[in-house]
Design a protein around this ligand. Structure first.
Ligand SMILES: Cc1ncc(COP(=O)(O)O)c(C=O)c1O
Length: 413
């Protein structure tokens, strides 16, 4: 698609920087680090303030009206997220601190109880550390083994190898929906089809997909789905674990204490069932409300519009970045499924590029992006990463490209 046409379409579709107060206050900022954390729209900030101004009380603890209001706020947020994900019931939605905690719960409260010595865990080959380390911990504790699905040169997952890697000892497959480095999106439905033939549950790390494309848990047919609010235009400190109800019952609590008990005696306690079993202590109700507001915000824009906008931006960036001599894209060179670009520049360290870009008020990330093994897979130590969101514009990408060209000149490259 011609650049001018792409730009025209963009102006007609999404132009919503005005919804994001930080971007309004800092008009010269080119924020290209949405994969780390997204900026927050005014409605989410307002929702947090409004909770504390009008509804602040603890949930599920009091009989008085204000406490009921806080409880309703929390449960409305749970219903909103269940419906967004296409879960069968809000009882399958657990509030956590984020993707990291959600994955830890699956590893420690679900899988560990099922693991025996010699069992195997199958992971994607380019996972975020959050989808590796918790499995390593339970593998060490149970004398189990981790296998990894290879990553091909174009960054895609070698799906054809999955069936060969599965053995009767494989007890879970855990995989990112979208890679935080490669800009690839894994074919979850295909993976769950294979896994379920062998009755293996599948956990999906949705941190990088949930706010960029429509998610339908029933269609994906995964058994667990995790994400963080802060990457999806919501507040920090809140996240979600979706767990298929049949697995929720067998899971042991992650944290224990108030709010998750049925009866406490001096020598033993019994626990409630459902999501509350995993929500010991006081939840971040305002943040859950803020997350639901963020979800409603993207729903109001329309997930199809969000996806179209980001697809056009990705195509535009792909064309421009591919033209820069000495720039090496990691992952697909074209038709990149997700708006995340990792690259290196011949002869210049990623941190130097990121610093020079920062001098021009362009925020990108440089480093291993919590995926050191992915760096090793591509024989590099670090990359520069630019990632987009709904507020990203063509001008932001132009600024990035100009900034890279300027940095190359400084280094005589
Ligand atoms: C793919 C992926 N998984 C997990 C995480 C961890 O998310 P959080 O730090 O919000 O728990 C990230 C964060 O960058 C990520 O990109």
């Amino acid at each position: 698609m011609a650049k001018s046409l792409l730009k025209e379409q963009h102006t007609e579709s999404l132009n919503i920087k005005a919804d994001f107060p930080l971007l309004v206050r800092q008009p010269s900022l080119v924020y290209l680090d949405t994969a780390s954390t997204s900026q927050k729209p005014q409605c989410v900030i307002d929702a947090l303030v409004s909770f504390y101004e009008t509804s602040n009380a603890n949930a599920h603890r009091g009989v008085y009206k204000l406490s009921n209001k806080a409880s309703n706020c929390l449960e409305d947020a749970r219903s909103c997220i269940a419906s967004y994900l296409g879960a069968q019931s809000e009882q399958e939605i657990i509030f956590t601190k984020g993707t990291t905690e959600s994955l830890n719960i699956i590893a420690k409260s679900f899988l560990k109880n099922r693991l025996n010595s010699g069992d195997r865990i199958l992971l994607g080959g380019a996972e975020h550390h959050a989808n590796i380390v918790p499995w390593q911990v339970v593998a060490r504790e149970t004398n189990s083994v981790i296998d990894y699905i290879p990553i091909l040169e174009d960054g895609s997952l070698d799906i054809s190898s999955i069936e060969k890697l599965i053995s009767p000892k494989t007890k879970i497959i855990s995989i990112a929906h979208t890679s935080n480095i490669l800009g690839t999106t894994n074919a979850i439905k295909e993976i769950t089809n294979i896994a379920h033939k062998y009755s293996i549950p599948v956990a999906v790390d949705g941190a990088q997909s949930v706010s960029h494309q429509e998610i339908d848990i029933k269609e994906l047919d995964c058994d667990f789905f995790t994400f963080s609010g802060h990457k999806a235009y919501g507040p920090m400190g809140i996240g979600v674990l979706y767990a298929r109800s049949e697995y929720l019952e067998e899971m042991s609590p992650f944290l224990t204490g108030g709010g998750m008990i049925e009866e406490v005696n001096l020598d033993h306690s019994t626990y409630v069932s459902g999501p509350q079993k995993f929500e010991a202590g006081t939840l971040s109700i305002a943040d859950a409300h803020g997350l639901a507001t963020a979800i409603q915000y993207i729903q109001n824009i329309g997930l199809d519009k969000v996806a179209n906008h980001e697809r056009s931006l990705t195509e535009y960036a792909e064309q421009k970045l591919n033209k820069i001599e000495g720039l090496n894209l990691i992952g697909p060179l074209s038709n990149r499924p997700a708006p995340i670009f990792s690259f290196t520049l011949d002869g210049i360290h990623p941190h130097d590029i990121a610093t020079i870009l920062d001098d021009q008020n362009i925020a990108v990330r440089a480093g291993h992006h919590c995926s050191q093994h992915t760096m090793k897979r591509f024989n590099i130590n670090a990359t520069i990463r630019a990632s987009f969101g709904i507020y990203t514009t063509y001008s932001d990408i132009d600024a990035l490209v100009d900034g890279i060209i300027y940095a190359k000149k400084l280094f005589n490259k």
